[in-house]
Design a protein around this ligand. Structure first.
Ligand SMILES: Nc1ncnc2c1ncn2[C@@H]1O[C@H](COP(=O)(O)OP(=O)(O)OP(=O)(O)O)[C@@H](O)[C@H]1O
Ligand SMILES: [Mg+2]
Length: 317
């Protein structure tokens, strides 16, 4: 998949060049998520994680590429067909404060997708909602049903958002930084809830996070994105045991290790992630890479299989 967003040029730029400018948010990314998998996408801010999630769910259209769901090409689905697909694929956003309508009571919010998809009615619908609230740990459900979101804590709101995403019994969920804005003390309980629901409802997740410790904890596969491109991808245990790409190594070295007497050496990267408008030539990571060699400035490395996982780096070819 590719997703390029056109950029409005300044007056001077318009005079100087006729060439269009683009933010290359997702720049040729290919991966698959198996049934029952938790697949993490990690990377710094602006690396294209959320855009990838939205592309997969068909919330935005790709500039190029194809998206398959359950063996079907869904890239060009429109109207009623796309609407029908929505109940099978849902999203959980980072911020439960803005993702819930403050004027909708908890019960209404969770029932809303049922209404949209015409699933159950009246008391049957209420029963489904109460069951779901219990499942996400909002118990007794009757006490949460008529409450407004601003009467709840951040963690409770995220539980409501999870209930709303799960109520249509989807098969696939994109969770975009679902615990990043939640108090550290309750993050683990929300992650545990998501893992339990995955088992119970036989779900698959695309789990988006900038926090590698969370990715390590929750997922069985990981892809590391840098400026819209996958630089490394593989089974979580392999990738954390033996990271290959210098960028992955740097990210992993920055994970804090609580109560450890062993002092880990932190790899510090030069500078900030560049703008996705002016992507560096060659390997896009080369200006910040501590292991740069000559070819890195010239040609973009391909993702290749090395030691059981995939890496795009000349150090391994
Ligand atoms: N609608 C849009 N129009 C223009 N540029 C966009 C749009 N959405 C995202 N971008 C740009 O695309 C790039 C990737 O953004 P994206 O939100 O996917 O990154 P991210 O990895 O989710 O970052 P974060 O960790 O901050 O959420 C960024 O440079 C961003 O500014
Ligand atoms: Mg994002």
């Amino acid at each position: 998949m590719k997703k390029y967003f056109p950029v409005e040029k300044t007056f001077i730029e318009k005079l100087l060049t006729r060439q269009k400018k683009y933010v290359k948010a997702v720049d040729d990314v290919t991966f698959g998520i198996e049934k029952g998998e938790i697949f993490s996408l990690v990377g710094e801010t602006g690396s294209g994680k959320s855009t990838t999630g939205k592309l997969i769910l068909r919330l935005i259209n790709p500039t190029a590429g194809k998206i398959f769901f359950d063996g079907c090409d869904i890239t060009n689905l429109k109207g009623e067909e796309l609407r029908k697909l929505r109940r099978h694929m849902q999203i959980i956003y980072q911020d439960p404060y803005s993702s819930l309508n403050p004027r909708m009571k908890v019960g209404e919010a969770v029932a809303h997708p049922l209404e949209i998809h015409g699933i159950a009615r009246g008391s049957e619908r209420k029963e489904l909602v109460l069951n779901m609230l219990e499942k996400v740990g909002l118990s007794p459900a009757e006490e949460f049903y008529d409450v407004y979101p601003d009467q709840l804590s951040g963690g409770q709101r995220q539980r409501v958002a999870i209930a709303r995403a799960m109520i249509t019994k989807p098969e696939f969920i994109v969770a975009d930084e679902p615990v990043s804005s939640i108090d550290v003390s309750i993050r683990a309980s929300i992650l545990e809830l998501m893992m339990n629901l995955k088992k119970e409802l036989k779900l698959s997740y695309l789990f988006i996070t900038h926090d590698l410790a969370v990715a390590k904890y929750i997922s069985n596969k990981v892809a590391v994105l840098y400026l819209g491109k996958i630089v490394e991808m593989g089974l979580t245990r392999n990738l954390f045991k033996e990271p290959l790409h210098p960028y992955t190594k740097a990210l992993i070295s920055a994970i804090p290790v609580p109560n450890s007497k062993l002092k880990k050496e932190r790899i510090r990267l030069k500078g900030e992630i560049p703008s996705a408008i002016d992507v560096p030539k060659g390997c896009r990571f080369h200006p910040r890479c501590p292991k740069k060699i000559r070819i890195c400035e010239k040609k973009e490395p391909e993702l290749k299989k090395v030691n059981g996982h995939y890496v795009a780096c000349y150090l391994y070819s």
